[in-house]
Structure formats: C-alpha cells, structure tokens
Unconditional design. Structure first.
Length: 269
C-alpha cells in the first residue's frame, strides 16, 4: 500500500513539486550501481552504519570481483544472495574476514523518529530503515548518541557471513521481503533506491536453474560524469516527508511498520 501511496504522491506532483531544499543529492561515492541480467539496481550505501562492510563492498567492486557473479541463492519473499567468488555459499575473497557490524552509534541530533513503539524508536538513516533503543535508554545516554541497527525491510542490503559472527567477507544479499529476525544479527550496509522491480525479478532457486548475474558492479563516483546517475532523496525533515508518514499511518493504522514506508528518491536530469 505504501509503495502505491508513494507512486500517487509522484503522480500528483506532490513530491516532485516539493521545494529543492526538501531534496538532498545522494553522494556518488556512496552509491553502488549494479547492472544485472534483469536490469539496473542502485544501492545507497550507509558507511555510518557499517563502515568496514561498505569499504569492503567498494573495494571488491573496484577490483572487479563482483562482475559476472551469480545470484546463487534466491528465496522468494526472503533474499537474493550473491557475492561469493565461487558462486556458492562459503566462498570468500582474498581479503580477511570482517567483524560483525550489526549495530552502530547514532547521533541523536541527526535523528528524527517516525514511530516509537514501547521497546524502540523507528526511523531512517538516509534511505535505510533503522530502529534504535527505547526512549528510556536514550535518556541515559551521556555522549549524545544512541544504539541503533538496520531494519531488514524489502530492498535492504545485508552482508552475509558464516555461522560464526565475525566472518563477513564478500557475500552480500538483498531483501525480497521483510525479515526482521535478521535485525542485529547481520550487518546492514545499504538500501536499493532504484531498481526495486529488478530485485523482485531475479530468478528463484537454491541455486536457480538459470541464475541471474551481476554483470557489472561500480561505485557511481567511478563512472564518467556524463554517464553517472544523479539521484536525490527527500529529506526526512521536510513537510512532504511528514505528509507521507501521515498517509502511511492512516493507511496501515495499528499495523503500521517502518517496512511500510520508503523515503522517495528521484532521478535528476
């Protein structure tokens, strides 16, 4: 329902007509452009959430490790898994494993919650849905930060690992549906902001009979400027975003979840 509401906002011009200051340009150094056999996906990376994970994804993209790899494990309603150099679970790059970055410190001054259930608050860091500790715990903070973690909603990008926690390496996955049981167990490193439809079309199977591929994976900053995608995201402190949240709450009522809301992103000329 919220995807339809977002589309309706654009169709009516309510978001597109928002003042320019309501939109923030996305940093090309933190955009990952993934050209697949089903089309293009663009991920906004979140170094504030998983700095080591984002650095590793950028490094492997720039080394060409991801080019041509299969989506080797695809479960409908759950995940599209890829990034293993041997195209199956357990494969790793030549780089060392990473420590788990399943939670992070968030500056309270930079955060505006959109919902506050009894045990957490819910909001966004850029395009990525997040949850934080409860208000009571936040009040006890002495350094101006609160503990936060990514919410595994559709389109969220996670870093895979083996059974041991500190074994993230090259494997990445993209959510086809919501699975909040993954929260605080796997590092979130970004969110698909263009190409959610492509993500839903990746061939299903473990492995798929005919796997789709990541044909080319690039950091947007490395693409020649004339060809580089330029994206802007609606600021979460803008009147247009607050209106979108109100519409979502009305539509979902008591069932409202952070996964029911997406921060609109637009492609600039």
């Amino acid at each position: 329902m919220i995807r339809k509401l977002s589309a309706a906002f654009f169709a009516l011009g309510l978001l597109g007509a928002a003042p320019a200051p309501d939109w923030r340009a996305l940093d090309p150094e933190n955009l990952l452009v993934i050209d697949t056999t089903k089309g293009r996906m663009i991920v906004e990376m979140a170094p504030a959430m998983a700095p080591l994970g984002v650095a590793r994804v950028k490094l492997l993209a720039r080394e060409g490790v991801y080019d041509g790899l299969q989506f080797h494990r695809v479960i409908d309603g759950f995940v599209n898994q890829t990034g293993n150099p041997d195209n199956k679970d357990g494969g790793v790059s030549r780089h060392p494993d990473l420590p788990l970055e399943a939670s992070f410190k968030l500056r309270m001054a930079d955060y505006r919650a959109v919902a506050a259930p009894s045990d957490a608050t819910l909001g966004f860091l850029g395009s990525v849905p997040i949850a934080t500790v409860s208000g009571k715990e936040a009040l006890r903070a002495t350094d101006g930060t609160i503990r936060a973690w990514g919410a595994y909603c559709p389109g969220v990008a996670g870093l895979g690992r083996q059974a041991a926690q500190n074994t993230g390496n090259s494997e990445i996955f993209f959510m086809r549906g919501s699975s909040r049981r993954l929260d605080r167990d796997y590092a979130v490193w970004g969110k698909i902001v263009v190409g959610a439809d492509v993500n839903s079309l990746i061939a299903i199977g473990e492995p798929p009979a005919k796997p789709d591929l990541m044909l080319k994976v690039r950091v947007a900053a490395d693409i020649p400027e004339a060809q580089r995608p330029r994206l802007s995201i609606l600021r979460d402190d803008s009147p247009a975003f607050r209106s979108l949240v109100r519409q979502a709450r009305v539509a979902k009522g008591a069932d409202f979840s952070i996964c029911d809301l997406e921060v609109p992103v637009r492609v600039e000329p």
